[in-house]
Write a protein that binds this ligand. Structure first.
Ligand code: ADP
Ligand code: ZN
Length: 437
């Protein structure tokens, strides 16, 4: 039997702030108890004199916990942050690290169930119900966007079509054949897909689309409006990151006025980007604590995402605080068609190849509505006097190696030694031609 969308969890969603905060402290103690079972946090928390979760009495104690960074996760690779016996782990996901080492998160069945429930609540929050047909166009696999939303969407009672990303012709055909009402995709892919509708022999009237859930990459209010106008639908912003499970951390409700952070699942802080002190107003870096994943607990994680809290109450009646759309990042991570890439990953790969010279340049631009990555690199001049087949072989090799590591198919161009621009002072290695939102 289908669920009747009980995931509009009124009791939790409209709890008073006091109740919500007491619930957070109770859950925090539980998650700190799990954290103390990991090698990493045992050392970290003991160093501030915390060896028993019961010592956390309130938010003051919580704020003494040092921040966790992506580097911490990378250094703990592969099992330094695991708090349960490996036999209790049922799933892992991974995302890009700052260099070749990925960051890994593990889930027990209970962790997955808690995540699923919060995603189900998120999709219902945008008005989805069991009469919807949901096409999930996010990549299934190590990324959390596909599988993470999949189970929550099923739990909400929708019929889920797990298409994963890409293959626009097939996406459109399935949308028509099954009269898809809701899609989940990156905003750039939806813009791209729109321009393929006619080219692939379809017209908008073939479809029955009502809503899109969009996320995984920064986008502006104008982009949202454009998607809504092109397809004649409502688009809702969805925010998440794998360290906090993935999708379902914060979601817009029907009022589209900021994303509700599900505060029974996460503690959200915004810290001044320079002093790192928590602030209640104004823009800063979002710091998140995951209260629902015990197999890999992560406390006070510096997301590097810039945002601010929306003040006042939301017209929907939900009490969970809202954050504004993500304005940017405090590090150099690039998001290319929803996939995260650090320039250092690219550097590490190309500099390993003996034919490569000293200078390189990473360019990101728009090709139509999609992002395009170009890697320009200097090579030893000897190469240019060789057979052009050797040049093409080298290009192919660089492309393949990059694709295998960063999951993006880049354009590669080879240049003579000394021909790429050299900057005075700090080298400029990345040029992003896309509009900054
Ligand atoms: P995802 O699969 O959601 O991209 P990752 O962990 O790979 O998960 O990447 C998370 C990062 O993606 C976030 O820290 C943020 O920079 C970006 N991101 C995710 N959702 C959004 C969104 N709705 N708006 C802007 N940026 C987002
Ligand atoms: Zn709301």
């Amino acid at each position: 039997m289908k669920h009747n969308c009980s995931f509009r969890d009124k009791k939790i969603e409209t709890m008073s702030r006091e109740e919500l905060e007491s619930l957070q402290i109770i859950k925090l103690r539980e998650i700190v108890a799990s954290a103390l079972k990991t090698d990493f946090y045992k050392e970290r928390l003991n160093s501030i004199g915390l060896s028993d979760a019961k010592d956390i009495k309130g938010f003051e104690d919580f704020r003494k916990i040092p921040f966790t960074t992506k580097d911490d996760l990378r250094n703990a690779f592969p099992y330094g942050m695991l708090s349960v016996d490996k036999k209790d782990v049922v799933r892992m996901h991974a995302s890009s690290g700052t260099t070749g080492t990925p960051t890994v998160i593990y889930f027990s069945q209970d962790d997955l169930d808690a995540w699923t429930e919060i995603v189900a609540r998120s999709v219902v929050c945008t008005g989805c119900s069991n009469s919807d047909v949901f096409q999930n166009m996010m990549t299934y696999g190590l990324f959390t966007g596909g599988l993470g939303v999949h189970y929550g969407a099923e739990k909400s009672g929708m019929m889920v079509i797990p298409t994963s990303s890409g293959n626009t012709m097939r996406q459109l055909k399935l949308m028509k054949d099954f009269q898809t009402t809701v899609v989940h995709a990156t905003p750039s892919y939806l813009l791209h897909m729109f321009h393929q509708v006619e080219a692939e022999g379809f017209s908008l009237s073939d479809f029955n689309l009502k809503k899109a859930l969009i996320g995984a990459e920064p986008h502006s209010e104008d982009t949202r409006k454009k998607i809504e106008a092109l397809y004649g639908i409502d688009a809702y912003n969805s925010y998440g990151l794998s360290e906090m499970n993935g999708p379902g951390v914060a979601f817009e409700c029907e009022y589209k006025d900021g994303m509700h952070v599900w505060e029974d699942g996460y503690i959200a802080e915004i810290v001044d980007r320079y002093t790192l002190n928590p602030i209640d107003e104004g823009e800063g870096e979002l710091v998140l604590t995951n209260l629902i994943r015990h197999a890999t607990p992560i406390l006070r994680y510096r997301t590097r995402d810039l945002t601010e809290f929306v003040s006042g109450d939301c017209a929907c009646g939900r009490t969970h605080r809202r954050i504004k759309r993500i304005k940017g990042r405090t590090d150099d991570m690039l998001i290319i068609n929803g996939v995260n890439v650090f320039p250092s990953q690219i550097e590490e790969i190309i500099m390993k190849l003996p034919e490569i010279g000293n200078n390189y340049l990473i360019e990101v631009s728009k090709q139509g509505d999609l992002d395009k990555l170009t890697v320009k690199t200097e090579v030893n001049n000897q190469i240019f006097t060789d057979d052009t087949r050797d040049l093409n072989k080298l290009k192919g090799k660089i492309k393949e190696t990059l694709k295998a590591t960063i999951f993006i198919n880049p354009e590669v161009s080879l240049h003579e030694t000394g021909s790429l621009p050299v900057t005075q002072g700090k080298a400029v290695r990345v040029i992003d031609h896309r509009d900054s939102n």
